[in-house]
Each structure stands twice: as C-alpha cells, then as structure tokens.
Design a protein around this ligand. Structure first.
Ligand code: TYC
Length: 100
C-alpha cells in the first residue's frame, strides 16, 4: 500500500465580501431654507422631487432623516460635497455618515 495521501489538505473557500454600507443622515437646523435642502437632495443625492420633499420634511419635523445608503467613500464624498455647497451660501446644513 502506498503512503501517499491523496486527500487534498486545504479546501479552497470562495469568500465574497458584501461591501459595508453607510447611511447618509440629514440633520435639521433652523436656518437653511427648505427649498435649498430639496435642491441639494435632488442634485447631490439624485432623489426625485417627491422623495426629496419627504426627506426634507421628515428631518424638519423629527430632527434627522436617512437620505440613502452607499459604500463608505461614496457616502463621505456626497455628504462633504453637500455640506460644502451649503456652506458656500452661508447655510449650516449638516449631514452625518454612519454604518448601516
Ligand atoms: N428647518 C429648516 C427651516 O425651517 C428647513 C430644514 C429642513 C433645514 C430640513 C434642514 O435638514 C433640514 N427653514
């Protein structure tokens, strides 16, 4: 009988990692005009008019609203661009990025 072990020692496992998603959260404030918030939600986050209105009103009434979820780098870039656009007009609009 042969001493050669024919059983494979390692079984290859294919691991497919789901990319972690991050929420972009819109925060209410007392100064940014509602219309500007809607414009940002449409322009930067590609919401349609009725989605943007609902998200803006939810943040206005409850204090916060999730805008959408993205991979981390996309979420951070969009939040930063939106905050910067508001800041250039003197509005204190804020977004946070949080793990889903
Ligand atoms: N609260 C603001 C106002 O009354 C409007 C607003 C809504 C601002 C949502 C920020 O995330 C926000 N002008």
């Amino acid at each position: 009988m042969s001493n050669i072990d024919l059983k494979p020692k390692l079984q290859q496992k294919t691991k497919v990692q789901k990319p972690k998603l991050y929420k972009v959260v819109l925060l209410n404030d007392d100064f940014t005009p509602r219309e500007f918030v809607v414009l940002i939600l449409k322009g930067e986050f590609r919401l349609d008019s009725s989605q943007a209105e609902v998200v803006m009103l939810t943040a206005h009434q409850k204090g916060v609203c999730v805008v959408s979820v993205y991979p981390k780098d996309v979420a951070e870039t969009k939040a930063t661009r939106a905050i910067d656009a508001a800041g250039r007009l003197g509005y204190p609009l804020q977004f946070t990025v949080e793990p889903e």
